[in-house]
Design a protein around this ligand. Structure first.
Ligand code: PMP
Length: 424
């Protein structure tokens, strides 16, 4: 399948180091994604009616407020939650803000325990370190999580772990975690599951109710900009009951019912957790992006991206002097995210060669997942500390696919990679 028709601007040429113009290959969709055509149109149309949400009585404001509130229903529908009446949609800036919000409002004191993993992006690690006592499930040699280790931690902590917060998919290896099976384990031990869906949202259908409620997802967080909407909007879809009758993270206009000189009567969710002026255009863009992906069909998107990923791994495996991280034999549980290094070429230089000489955009570094990347590199925490003190830098190069990437682009990448490995 070719999904390039859904986008505008991805064919705009870029200038290479030698001065020639080339249509770029964007293999950095794990960082952020270009907006869909439908999303750009949605923003333009809504800009014309733009007005304040839930404030004042102007016609534009009323219309925007109606659309904004209706969009929550669309989000619930998207995750198969429309009938269940159990979850609330809270709009945020992105996944990072969503997780900071949850870690602040759900955790009452630092002694409360949260279980997460060593696979996480910092956004799903540092906020919990700040407000709770964090337990970690480690990864195996190939970088996977074993769900039995999650259950073992829950049992060992004798019901003290209230929340298990885990990536739906890794931003470093693309491993897809079995969130419904993990949900079942959590529920068996009276814990709730929080899924960081930043890397999953644009690639695979997420049914928050699961095949049955036991396997349902309690909280899910994501960012619109990783799903073909522009930066600035994200969401929490979470259990209304848990998000009610608690103090909000952000305080200001819109989150209260009444304020007295020395007393505050808080509003209910969603408003309770959305202080400040709402990002109307951002939310409209994000919801349109999700609708558009649904129209295209997640099964089709997933199988197309898997085809390109499998093709890339199959061909990369044949290249000598290349180190690919994670499992490259059994790749069915990996999204289109491939991290690698080329012997004798520093990772940052490697990414720049791809960009400057071939117009191929990749990401390099430790991808805001330092503990996970260290493990994949075979560095202990102490090794990593020592290396940092000696100003030695370690990292990898990451290729991450979007639905508009093609086998032709994969071929260009393989050719460039072979050339680099031979030339340097
Ligand atoms: N979690 C994961 C798995 C991610 O990949 C990212 C972004 N790289 C985030 C969280 C944070 O997302 P954002 O920067 O949009 O807040």
């Amino acid at each position: 399948m070719n999904y390039r028709y859904l986008f505008e601007g991805i064919e705009t040429p870029v200038k290479l180091k030698n001065g020639s113009l080339q249509i770029p290959v964007n293999f950095d969709n794990g960082a952020t994604t270009p907006p869909l055509k439908s999303v750009v149109k949605e923003i333009m149309e809504n800009a014309l009616i733009y007005g304040p949400i839930a404030r004042g009585a102007g016609q534009k404001g009323d219309l925007c407020t109606k659309k904004y509130e209706e969009s929550r229903e669309k989000i619930l529908d998207f995750f198969n939650l429309k009938q269940s009446n159990t979850h609330t949609v809270i709009y945020t800036k992105n996944t990072t803000e969503s997780l900071n919000l949850l870690s602040n409002v759900l955790i009452k004191n630092k002694h409360e325990k949260v279980l997460t993993t060593r696979m996480e992006h910092h956004a799903n690690d540092l906020p919990w370190r700040n407000t709770a006592t964090v337990e970690y499930v480690d990864v195996d040699k190939l970088g996977r999580i074993n769900i039995n280790d999650i259950e073992a931690k829950l049992i060992a902590n004798k019901g003290k772990i209230k929340y298990v917060s885990i990536a739906g998919a890794s931003n470093v290896t693309g491993y897809i975690n079995p969130i419904h099976d993990i949900a079942k384990i959590c529920h068996r031990h009276d814990a709730k599951i929080i899924v960081d869906a930043a890397q999953l949202i644009a690639h695979k259908k997420i049914d928050m109710r699961g095949q049955n409620h036991l396997k349902g997802i309690d909280f899910l967080v994501f960012s619109g900009h990783k799903a073909y909407a522009p930066f600035g909007s994200g969401a929490i879809v979470g259990l209304t009951e848990e998000l009610s009758n608690i103090n909000p993270f952000l305080r200001g206009g819109g989150c209260v019912d009444t304020v007295y000189d020395y007393d505050i009567i808080w509003d209910t969710p969603s408003e309770l957790h959305e202080a400040g002026t709402s990002n109307f255009l951002g939310v409209m863009a994000m919801v349109r992006a999700l609708e558009n992906l649904q129209q295209v069909g997640f099964e089709e998107i997933y199988s197309h991206e898997m085809e390109v990923k499998n093709y890339l791994i199959k061909n990369m495996k044949k290249i000598e002097g290349l180190k690919i991280y994670g499992d490259i034999e059994n790749v069915e549980d990996r999204l289109g995210v491939i991290t690698f290094n080329v012997e004798k070429i520093p990772f940052d230089e490697l990414a720049h060669i791809f960009a400057d000489e071939f117009g191929i955009a990749l990401r390099n570094g430790k991808f805001c997942a330092h503990p996970y990347v260290n493990r994949l590199l075979g560095l202990s925490d102490l090794d990593a500390h020592c290396a940092d003190e000696k100003l030695e830098s370690f990292g990898m190069v990451r290729l991450s696919l979007g639905l508009y990437n093609t086998i032709e682009e994969a071929n260009l990448f393989i050719l460039a990679l072979k050339y680099i490995v031979e030339k340097y």
